[in-house]
Write a protein that binds this ligand. Structure first.
Ligand SMILES: [Zn+2]
Ligand SMILES: [Zn+2]
Length: 761
């Protein structure tokens, strides 16, 4: 009966197209254009069959005006012959796995329509902490399997009530096929537990608000894990939280209700407000307002120029703020920090949480399970130019689309670095980065890594044909990569750390090369087995590379923990710079440290910052990675100017067997002399930053001329320092260079996996 078949347009859309109201959008469009056919979610994305004269108009409209949250990577169209359809229908997803291509959506902050309903006494979801729709709510963190349908999420245990079902099935409704749809009658519920896990009968959110204002520490279940929450104005509570978490100085993030409340404590540069209110709702690092309009506990972010701020992104957060305001006139400011001890993964289940009891007084939890652990993301937006610091909730698992030259021939698992770990899966033109894992050395972190990897390989269908890791012989990530490569019999490729940093910039911006790269950070294993950390590299279009220069090597002592000891580094560096051991006493530095062995050979910029922070007295004990450098930057920012110092310029650059060397010793000597002659630490810090930028600028000009290169890439954690990054970029652009650094991916070690993924065999 072939003549009964109709000419049909088959439109296959790939990209971020599921879970965002794509099918209802097509449904409504089809109805309007009088088109018959179907729309369905598949493992490849969304497939539309369109019959009728308006079929091409539907296609044109889709291309021109895609749905708000869609990120379409490709639309494929072909003409097929199908039996006639009587109307336009949304048909259920087939369960059989097909081609990968669909992109799982990241979690989305509560949308404005849901916010209105949440506070509307006439709405049936009035004050319901799990209100959501196709435009907002949990996604990545509740998905167990694809295709994205309720029965493959952690919402499967909640049976929809009649009213929810009606909304779910009506194509014109905002909740049409909103998979996590719920209401007070049928959905999850909030509960308050004491620290032993026993339920407390009360109005849980109202009681939680009163406990917070009473100085208690609460664990609050969020999208990707539990937060520890307390009143940021309460000095004692903040101190206690620091003690319980084993976190001495590392900043805590703050949640406030609105942009107005943000402005009370921070400056809001152009674009930062939009970021804070974006569906990803990241923590945004903003410059502290001095003096602040709100008095906060001093221990929130000590010796740090910025606060990490986020806005409420779940209905539960919104309701906590609503309750707090019943009891307090001042705008509430809450600490919201991951529920974990020091650097372990964030707790994502009640069981994990109660294994860490002693961290909190009460727990505000609920019965919607977290399928995928995911920390808050962090973005630095102290200027209009924002950079990613931690890419996780709200972004995971959205892929990066590579330009053609960077397409990955063999599907690749890149395991990333040990610190700020984040892995990546790459195939063809896409790189999927996993969630922020953090420090990889604990068994818990490794389990988190493997679980997240399993999910992402299942969803993307990427079966790695090779594994890429770092060059370091003692890295946990390398051992993990070796195990995986043995287990699945995959070739293992080892990629030098700083080379991976610069490759990540090239991949992000589609730079074919040749480029001149400057990668600066704390630690990376070098080809000569020294610890590299301030490297001038040349990368060619065929991705071969060469080290052109570096910070000249100095030695320092090995430290007990994974953090270097700034005092020990300072003493070693001072002695190697020609300062007499006896002179150390003038700055209160221990002479005894002068006789400690110094087995580590390094060109690390991080260690140079450590040394200068200790010599200036700005920071003599590091409790987290990068702390001395942040403190030094903070001090320099408060100095205003250092121009009155009028120091003779010293030549820091020299060449040794074609290797450009930047000698740090004159810097160290000058810093020492300035501090001894009682120049304020802020001025010395500023002078140090400026001199370093000047030397980098000169070195890059020299290498660029020598190698005839006009494109410069900057990467590595040291460039999170704004004084360093902004001033160097400004001067390089002033000299006519094209300058790039990471933006969508972290320029710290969280971005290493991206560089590893595009390294060639
Ligand atoms: Zn919504
Ligand atoms: Zn319901």
């Amino acid at each position: 009966m072939g003549d009964q078949l109709r000419t049909t347009l088959e439109i296959t859309v790939t990209g971020q197209v599921q879970g965002i109201g794509f099918r209802p959008y097509i449904y409504r469009l089809a109805k309007r254009l009088g088109i018959r056919g179907t729309v369905t979610n598949t493992r490849a994305g969304v497939t539309i069959l369109a019959q009728g004269r308006g079929a091409n108009r539907l296609l044109a409209h889709l291309q021109k005006h895609p749905p708000r949250l869609a990120l379409i990577s490709e639309i494929r169209v072909r003409t097929v012959r199908k039996p006639p359809c009587s109307g336009f229908d949304i048909i259920p997803s087939p369960t059989s796995p097909a081609k990968p291509g669909v992109e799982v959506l990241p979690d989305l902050a509560t949308c404005s329509a849901c916010r209105r309903e949440l506070t509307d006494p006439h709405n049936r979801r009035y004050l319901y902490p799990f209100i959501n729709c196709t435009q907002c709510g949990p996604r990545y963190t509740i998905i167990l399997q694809l295709p994205y349908d309720r029965e493959r999420t952690t919402m499967r245990k909640f049976r929809m009530c009649e009213e929810c079902q009606k909304e779910y099935l009506s194509p014109a409704n905002r909740r049409f096929h909103a998979e996590p749809i719920a209401c007070p009658r049928c959905g999850p519920a909030v509960q308050l537990l004491n620290k032993k896990g026993r339920p407390i009968s009360c109005d849980p959110i109202d009681k939680a608000a009163r406990l917070i204002l009473g100085g208690k520490i609460l664990a609050v279940k969020g999208l990707g894990g539990f937060h520890l929450c307390c009143d940021a104005r309460n000095d004692l509570a903040v101190r206690r939280l620091r003690r319980l978490k084993g976190r001495d100085q590392k900043p805590f993030a703050l949640m406030v209700e609105s942009l107005t409340a943000v402005r009370n404590i921070c400056h809001l540069p152009a674009g930062a407000g939009r970021l804070l209110r974006s569906p990803a709702a990241p923590i945004v690092l903003l410059p502290k307002r001095k003096p602040a309009k709100a008095r906060l506990a001093p221990l929130i972010a000590p010796h740090n120029p910025a606060y990490g701020i986020l806005l409420p992104y779940t209905p539960l957060h919104l309701l906590i703020f609503k309750s707090l305001k019943k009891y307090q006139v001042k705008p509430p400011v809450l600490i919201m920090t991951s529920a974990n001890v020091s650097d372990e993964p964030i707790a994502a289940s009640e069981e994990e949480l109660f294994n860490r009891s002693g961290l909190f007084d009460y727990v505000l939890t609920h019965n919607r399970e977290i399928a995928n652990r995911c920390d808050d993301s962090v973005i630095q937006a102290e200027t209009a130019n924002a950079i990613m610091v931690r890419r996780s909730r709200g972004y995971t698992p959205r892929p990066l689309h590579l330009s053609r030259v960077f397409h990955v021939k063999h599907p690749t698992l890149a395991v990333g670095a040990d610190s700020k770990n984040c892995f990546a899966l790459a195939a063809g033109g896409r790189v999927f980065a996993g969630p922020h894992i953090g420090e990889l050395e604990t068994a818990a972190a490794e389990r988190f890594f493997l679980a997240a990897l399993q999910r992402l390989t299942d969803w993307t269908g990427i079966k790695p044909a090779r594994v890429v890791c770092d060059l370091h012989p003692d890295y946990s990530s390398v051992r993990l990569a070796e195990t995986l490569s043995r287990k699945f019999q995959l070739p293992l490729k080892r990629v030098q750390h700083h080379y991976a940093h610069i490759l990540s910039v090239m991949a992000e911006h589609g730079l074919r090369g040749p480029v001149l790269g400057l990668a600066a950070d704390g630690t990376g294993y070098g080809l000569d087995r020294a610890i590299w950390g301030c490297e001038f590299l040349l990368i060619n279009p065929d991705r071969t590379w060469k080290r052109l220069g570096h910070l000249a090597y100095l030695r320092h002592g090995a430290s007990a923990g994974y953090l270097a000891d700034p005092v020990q580094v300072a003493v070693s560096y001072l002695l190697q710079s020609g300062i007499e051991p006896g002179a150390l006493r003038r700055l209160g530095l221990p002479v005894s440290a002068a006789y400690a062995p110094a087995p580590v050979i390094t060109s690390s910029l991080g260690r140079l910052f450590d040394a200068v922070a200790a010599i200036t007295g700005v920071c003599r004990r590091a409790t987290f990675e990068g702390e001395p450098a942040i403190a030094l930057e903070n001090e320099a920012l408060s100095a205003g100017t250092a121009s009155e110092l009028k120091l003779a310029e010293v030549e820091l650059l020299s060449t040794d067997e074609e290797m450009l060397l930047l000698d740090p010793r004159p810097l160290i000597r000058t810093v020492f002399q300035l501090i001894c002659s009682r120049v304020p630490a802020g001025k010395v810090s500023l002078w140090f930053h400026q001199t370093l930028v000047g030397a980098f600028h000169q070195a890059l000009i020299r290498l660029a001329e020598l190698n005839q290169i006009n494109t410069i890439c900057l990467s590595g954690g040291s460039f999170q320092n704004r004084l360093l990054r902004l001033e160097l970029v400004r001067r390089l652009r002033g000299s006519g260079f094209r300058v790039y650094h990471n933006q969508e991916f972290p320029l710290n070690d969280g971005g290493i996996a991206l560089g590893q993924a595009v390294a060639l065999d």
